[in-house]
Design a protein around this ligand. Structure first.
Ligand code: A3P
Length: 303
Protein backbone atom coordinates (compact mmCIF):
# COMPACT_ATOMS: atom_id res chain seq x y z
CA UNK A 1 0.00 0.00 0.00
CA UNK A 2 1.57 3.31 -1.08
CA UNK A 3 0.87 5.80 1.71
CA UNK A 4 1.06 8.90 -0.50
CA UNK A 5 -1.43 7.54 -2.99
CA UNK A 6 -4.19 7.16 -0.38
CA UNK A 7 -6.82 9.84 0.04
CA UNK A 8 -6.73 11.76 3.30
CA UNK A 9 -9.35 13.01 5.72
CA UNK A 10 -8.70 15.68 8.34
CA UNK A 11 -9.24 14.25 11.77
CA UNK A 12 -7.72 16.27 14.56
CA UNK A 13 -5.99 19.62 13.94
CA UNK A 14 -3.74 19.03 10.95
CA UNK A 15 -3.62 15.27 11.53
CA UNK A 16 -5.10 13.28 8.69
CA UNK A 17 -6.34 9.71 8.48
CA UNK A 18 -5.81 7.64 5.32
CA UNK A 19 -8.66 5.98 3.44
CA UNK A 20 -8.15 2.28 2.74
CA UNK A 21 -10.99 0.17 1.33
CA UNK A 22 -13.66 2.25 3.03
CA UNK A 23 -11.93 2.65 6.40
CA UNK A 24 -9.90 5.47 7.96
CA UNK A 25 -6.48 4.46 9.27
CA UNK A 26 -3.83 6.34 11.22
CA UNK A 27 -0.94 6.81 8.72
CA UNK A 28 1.60 5.08 10.99
CA UNK A 29 -0.51 1.92 11.00
CA UNK A 30 -1.20 1.68 7.25
CA UNK A 31 1.92 -0.41 6.57
CA UNK A 32 1.72 -2.61 9.69
CA UNK A 33 -1.95 -3.31 8.90
CA UNK A 34 -0.98 -4.24 5.35
CA UNK A 35 1.65 -6.64 6.77
CA UNK A 36 -0.89 -8.25 9.12
CA UNK A 37 -3.30 -8.75 6.22
CA UNK A 38 -0.58 -10.27 4.01
CA UNK A 39 1.41 -12.31 6.52
CA UNK A 40 -0.55 -13.19 9.66
CA UNK A 41 -1.77 -16.77 9.55
CA UNK A 42 -3.78 -17.54 12.70
CA UNK A 43 -3.49 -20.98 14.25
CA UNK A 44 -6.76 -22.83 14.97
CA UNK A 45 -5.99 -22.44 18.69
CA UNK A 46 -5.47 -18.66 18.47
CA UNK A 47 -7.82 -16.21 20.15
CA UNK A 48 -8.22 -12.87 18.40
CA UNK A 49 -9.74 -9.95 20.26
CA UNK A 50 -11.13 -7.42 17.80
CA UNK A 51 -12.41 -3.97 18.72
CA UNK A 52 -12.41 -0.30 17.91
CA UNK A 53 -10.14 1.79 20.12
CA UNK A 54 -11.80 3.00 23.36
CA UNK A 55 -14.54 0.38 23.42
CA UNK A 56 -13.17 -1.86 26.20
CA UNK A 57 -10.08 -3.45 24.63
CA UNK A 58 -7.94 -3.17 27.78
CA UNK A 59 -10.67 -4.78 29.90
CA UNK A 60 -11.18 -7.66 27.46
CA UNK A 61 -7.42 -8.21 27.15
CA UNK A 62 -7.21 -8.71 30.90
CA UNK A 63 -10.30 -10.96 30.96
CA UNK A 64 -9.11 -13.17 28.09
CA UNK A 65 -5.70 -13.48 29.69
CA UNK A 66 -7.21 -14.35 33.06
CA UNK A 67 -9.67 -16.86 31.58
CA UNK A 68 -7.00 -18.66 29.56
CA UNK A 69 -4.27 -18.57 32.23
CA UNK A 70 -6.46 -18.80 35.37
CA UNK A 71 -3.85 -18.08 38.06
CA UNK A 72 -3.04 -14.77 36.42
CA UNK A 73 -3.64 -12.38 39.32
CA UNK A 74 0.06 -11.86 39.88
CA UNK A 75 0.88 -11.29 36.19
CA UNK A 76 -1.96 -8.79 35.83
CA UNK A 77 -0.55 -6.92 38.81
CA UNK A 78 2.91 -6.76 37.25
CA UNK A 79 2.15 -6.04 33.59
CA UNK A 80 -0.24 -3.79 31.74
CA UNK A 81 -2.87 -5.84 29.82
CA UNK A 82 -1.49 -4.49 26.52
CA UNK A 83 1.86 -6.14 27.30
CA UNK A 84 0.16 -9.45 28.05
CA UNK A 85 -2.01 -9.45 24.92
CA UNK A 86 -0.20 -7.70 22.05
CA UNK A 87 -2.00 -5.85 19.26
CA UNK A 88 -1.06 -7.31 15.87
CA UNK A 89 -0.57 -4.04 14.00
CA UNK A 90 0.96 -2.16 16.95
CA UNK A 91 3.30 -4.63 18.65
CA UNK A 92 3.64 -7.69 16.45
CA UNK A 93 3.90 -6.81 12.71
CA UNK A 94 5.60 -3.49 13.33
CA UNK A 95 8.69 -3.35 11.17
CA UNK A 96 8.97 -6.56 9.21
CA UNK A 97 6.94 -9.39 7.76
CA UNK A 98 8.10 -11.62 10.61
CA UNK A 99 6.08 -11.34 13.82
CA UNK A 100 7.95 -9.84 16.78
CA UNK A 101 6.25 -11.85 19.50
CA UNK A 102 4.11 -14.93 19.38
CA UNK A 103 3.65 -15.67 23.12
CA UNK A 104 4.66 -19.29 22.47
CA UNK A 105 4.39 -20.70 26.01
CA UNK A 106 0.63 -20.79 25.96
CA UNK A 107 -1.78 -23.38 24.54
CA UNK A 108 -3.77 -20.44 23.22
CA UNK A 109 -1.99 -17.43 21.77
CA UNK A 110 -4.05 -14.29 22.33
CA UNK A 111 -3.73 -11.32 20.00
CA UNK A 112 -5.76 -8.22 19.57
CA UNK A 113 -6.48 -6.04 16.57
CA UNK A 114 -8.41 -2.92 15.59
CA UNK A 115 -8.44 -3.95 11.91
CA UNK A 116 -12.00 -3.99 10.48
CA UNK A 117 -13.38 -7.42 9.57
CA UNK A 118 -13.95 -6.19 6.00
CA UNK A 119 -10.13 -5.88 5.62
CA UNK A 120 -9.17 -8.99 7.57
CA UNK A 121 -11.90 -11.38 6.41
CA UNK A 122 -9.67 -13.66 4.33
CA UNK A 123 -7.15 -14.02 7.16
CA UNK A 124 -9.74 -14.72 9.83
CA UNK A 125 -11.83 -17.01 7.62
CA UNK A 126 -8.76 -19.08 6.67
CA UNK A 127 -8.45 -20.49 10.19
CA UNK A 128 -10.58 -22.01 12.92
CA UNK A 129 -9.29 -19.37 15.34
CA UNK A 130 -11.86 -17.89 17.68
CA UNK A 131 -12.71 -14.21 17.65
CA UNK A 132 -14.02 -12.11 20.50
CA UNK A 133 -15.41 -8.71 19.53
CA UNK A 134 -16.15 -6.00 22.06
CA UNK A 135 -18.04 -2.84 21.29
CA UNK A 136 -19.39 0.06 23.28
CA UNK A 137 -22.24 2.49 22.78
CA UNK A 138 -21.18 5.14 20.25
CA UNK A 139 -21.67 8.12 22.57
CA UNK A 140 -19.37 6.75 25.31
CA UNK A 141 -16.90 5.64 22.63
CA UNK A 142 -16.81 9.18 21.27
CA UNK A 143 -16.31 10.74 24.72
CA UNK A 144 -13.59 8.23 25.65
CA UNK A 145 -11.81 8.85 22.31
CA UNK A 146 -12.01 12.61 22.82
CA UNK A 147 -10.45 12.36 26.30
CA UNK A 148 -7.75 10.00 25.02
CA UNK A 149 -6.77 12.24 22.09
CA UNK A 150 -6.61 15.25 24.38
CA UNK A 151 -3.89 13.46 26.35
CA UNK A 152 -1.58 13.52 23.34
CA UNK A 153 1.31 15.98 23.63
CA UNK A 154 0.02 18.16 20.82
CA UNK A 155 -3.27 18.74 22.66
CA UNK A 156 -1.51 20.64 25.43
CA UNK A 157 -1.19 23.57 23.03
CA UNK A 158 -4.21 22.86 20.89
CA UNK A 159 -7.01 20.95 22.69
CA UNK A 160 -9.49 19.12 20.47
CA UNK A 161 -12.96 20.67 20.81
CA UNK A 162 -15.64 18.11 21.62
CA UNK A 163 -17.99 19.48 18.92
CA UNK A 164 -15.29 18.84 16.30
CA UNK A 165 -14.64 15.36 17.68
CA UNK A 166 -18.38 14.63 17.49
CA UNK A 167 -18.62 15.85 13.88
CA UNK A 168 -15.67 13.71 12.87
CA UNK A 169 -17.10 10.68 14.70
CA UNK A 170 -20.45 11.07 12.92
CA UNK A 171 -18.66 11.42 9.56
CA UNK A 172 -16.88 8.13 10.26
CA UNK A 173 -13.50 9.77 10.82
CA UNK A 174 -11.99 7.91 13.75
CA UNK A 175 -9.03 5.50 13.62
CA UNK A 176 -10.31 2.28 11.98
CA UNK A 177 -13.72 3.92 11.55
CA UNK A 178 -16.45 4.44 10.52
CA UNK A 179 -17.60 3.17 13.91
CA UNK A 180 -20.86 1.76 12.52
CA UNK A 181 -19.19 -0.15 9.64
CA UNK A 182 -16.54 -1.61 11.95
CA UNK A 183 -19.15 -2.86 14.42
CA UNK A 184 -21.48 -4.23 11.72
CA UNK A 185 -18.65 -6.10 9.98
CA UNK A 186 -18.05 -8.21 13.09
CA UNK A 187 -21.73 -8.25 14.15
CA UNK A 188 -22.75 -9.86 10.83
CA UNK A 189 -20.04 -12.49 11.27
CA UNK A 190 -21.40 -13.27 14.75
CA UNK A 191 -24.84 -13.83 13.21
CA UNK A 192 -23.43 -16.06 10.48
CA UNK A 193 -20.93 -17.96 12.65
CA UNK A 194 -21.85 -17.76 16.35
CA UNK A 195 -19.36 -20.52 17.18
CA UNK A 196 -16.52 -18.52 15.66
CA UNK A 197 -17.26 -15.05 16.98
CA UNK A 198 -18.34 -14.03 20.48
CA UNK A 199 -19.87 -10.55 20.34
CA UNK A 200 -20.15 -8.61 23.57
CA UNK A 201 -20.87 -5.03 24.51
CA UNK A 202 -19.13 -3.03 27.24
CA UNK A 203 -22.53 -2.36 28.79
CA UNK A 204 -23.55 -6.06 28.88
CA UNK A 205 -20.29 -6.94 30.54
CA UNK A 206 -20.66 -4.13 33.07
CA UNK A 207 -24.24 -5.09 33.96
CA UNK A 208 -23.59 -8.82 34.52
CA UNK A 209 -19.89 -9.68 34.40
CA UNK A 210 -20.25 -13.09 36.07
CA UNK A 211 -22.59 -14.67 33.53
CA UNK A 212 -20.76 -13.11 30.54
CA UNK A 213 -17.34 -14.25 31.75
CA UNK A 214 -18.78 -17.76 32.25
CA UNK A 215 -20.14 -17.76 28.66
CA UNK A 216 -16.89 -16.33 27.32
CA UNK A 217 -14.85 -19.10 28.98
CA UNK A 218 -17.21 -21.74 27.53
CA UNK A 219 -16.92 -20.17 24.07
CA UNK A 220 -13.12 -20.25 24.30
CA UNK A 221 -13.16 -23.92 25.26
CA UNK A 222 -11.82 -23.24 28.77
CA UNK A 223 -14.97 -23.50 30.94
CA UNK A 224 -14.77 -22.98 34.68
CA UNK A 225 -15.39 -26.33 36.37
CA UNK A 226 -15.58 -27.93 39.78
CA UNK A 227 -17.28 -27.11 43.08
CA UNK A 228 -15.79 -23.64 43.18
CA UNK A 229 -16.85 -22.58 39.68
CA UNK A 230 -18.64 -19.45 40.91
CA UNK A 231 -15.69 -18.45 43.14
CA UNK A 232 -13.20 -18.83 40.27
CA UNK A 233 -15.31 -16.62 37.99
CA UNK A 234 -15.72 -14.02 40.74
CA UNK A 235 -11.95 -13.96 41.18
CA UNK A 236 -11.36 -13.37 37.44
CA UNK A 237 -13.99 -10.61 37.33
CA UNK A 238 -12.46 -8.96 40.39
CA UNK A 239 -8.84 -9.04 39.24
CA UNK A 240 -9.87 -7.54 35.87
CA UNK A 241 -12.19 -4.89 37.30
CA UNK A 242 -11.42 -1.24 36.66
CA UNK A 243 -11.03 -0.63 40.40
CA UNK A 244 -8.41 -3.36 40.91
CA UNK A 245 -6.53 -3.02 37.60
CA UNK A 246 -6.24 0.75 37.72
CA UNK A 247 -4.67 0.58 41.20
CA UNK A 248 -1.64 -1.48 40.11
CA UNK A 249 1.55 0.59 39.95
CA UNK A 250 2.21 -0.56 36.38
CA UNK A 251 -1.17 0.82 35.28
CA UNK A 252 -0.72 4.08 37.19
CA UNK A 253 2.63 4.63 35.49
CA UNK A 254 3.36 7.87 33.63
CA UNK A 255 5.90 5.96 31.54
CA UNK A 256 5.07 5.28 27.91
CA UNK A 257 5.65 1.86 26.39
CA UNK A 258 8.10 1.57 23.48
CA UNK A 259 5.21 0.84 21.13
CA UNK A 260 2.98 3.83 21.96
CA UNK A 261 3.23 7.56 22.56
CA UNK A 262 0.93 7.71 25.61
CA UNK A 263 1.63 6.48 29.15
CA UNK A 264 0.25 3.24 30.55
CA UNK A 265 -2.16 5.15 32.78
CA UNK A 266 -3.93 6.63 29.73
CA UNK A 267 -5.76 3.31 29.23
CA UNK A 268 -7.62 3.83 32.50
CA UNK A 269 -9.82 6.90 32.90
CA UNK A 270 -13.26 6.39 34.45
CA UNK A 271 -14.51 3.00 33.27
CA UNK A 272 -18.21 3.86 33.51
CA UNK A 273 -21.34 3.43 31.39
CA UNK A 274 -23.16 6.60 30.29
CA UNK A 275 -20.39 9.14 30.93
CA UNK A 276 -21.39 10.87 27.65
CA UNK A 277 -24.32 12.45 29.53
CA UNK A 278 -21.77 14.59 31.38
CA UNK A 279 -20.29 15.93 28.15
CA UNK A 280 -22.51 15.77 25.06
CA UNK A 281 -25.20 18.33 24.24
CA UNK A 282 -28.79 17.17 23.65
CA UNK A 283 -28.34 18.03 19.99
CA UNK A 284 -25.27 15.78 19.56
CA UNK A 285 -26.99 12.97 21.50
CA UNK A 286 -30.06 13.20 19.24
CA UNK A 287 -27.89 13.19 16.14
CA UNK A 288 -25.92 10.09 17.21
CA UNK A 289 -29.12 8.31 18.31
CA UNK A 290 -30.61 8.96 14.86
CA UNK A 291 -27.46 7.56 13.22
CA UNK A 292 -27.64 4.47 15.44
CA UNK A 293 -31.24 3.85 14.35
CA UNK A 294 -30.27 4.29 10.70
CA UNK A 295 -27.12 2.16 10.79
CA UNK A 296 -27.90 -0.52 13.41
CA UNK A 297 -31.63 -0.80 14.03
CA UNK A 298 -32.45 -0.81 10.31
CA UNK A 299 -30.42 -4.03 9.89
CA UNK A 300 -31.71 -5.69 13.05
CA UNK A 301 -29.02 -4.81 15.57
CA UNK A 302 -30.95 -3.21 18.42
CA UNK A 303 -28.14 -1.47 20.25
P1 A3P B 1 -13.32 5.71 29.66
O1 A3P B 1 -12.48 6.66 28.89
O2 A3P B 1 -14.78 5.91 29.39
O3 A3P B 1 -13.03 5.69 31.11
P2 A3P B 1 -9.79 0.73 25.31
O4 A3P B 1 -9.20 -0.21 26.26
O5 A3P B 1 -10.52 0.07 24.17
O6 A3P B 1 -8.83 1.77 24.85
O7 A3P B 1 -10.96 1.48 26.09
C1 A3P B 1 -10.65 2.36 27.12
C2 A3P B 1 -11.87 2.57 27.97
O8 A3P B 1 -12.09 1.41 28.79
C3 A3P B 1 -11.69 3.74 28.93
O9 A3P B 1 -13.01 4.25 29.13
C4 A3P B 1 -11.13 3.04 30.16
O10 A3P B 1 -11.25 3.78 31.34
C5 A3P B 1 -12.00 1.78 30.18
N1 A3P B 1 -11.41 0.66 30.90
C6 A3P B 1 -10.11 0.28 31.00
N2 A3P B 1 -9.99 -0.81 31.77
C7 A3P B 1 -11.23 -1.13 32.19
C8 A3P B 1 -11.75 -2.18 33.04
N3 A3P B 1 -10.95 -3.08 33.60
N4 A3P B 1 -13.08 -2.20 33.25
C9 A3P B 1 -13.90 -1.29 32.70
N5 A3P B 1 -13.47 -0.29 31.88
C10 A3P B 1 -12.15 -0.21 31.63
Amino acid sequence: MELNSLSQGKWWGDDCLRHVDGFWLLPQFVEPIDRVIKHFRPLPSDIILASLPKTGTTWLKSLLFAIVHRSSKHRLAMKNPHELVPTLEVQVYTASDEPLTTNPCSTHRIFSTHIPYQLLAETLDSSDCRIVYVTRNPKDTLVSTWHFVNKWKKAEKEPWPLEVAADKFCDGLIPCGPYYDHVMGYKKLSWEKPNKLFFITYEELMSDPISHVKKLAEFLGCPFEGDDEEGQIEEVVKCCSFRVLSEHEVNKSEESPAWFQLPYNSFFRKGAVGDHKNYLSDEIIEHIDALTIEKFHSVGFMY
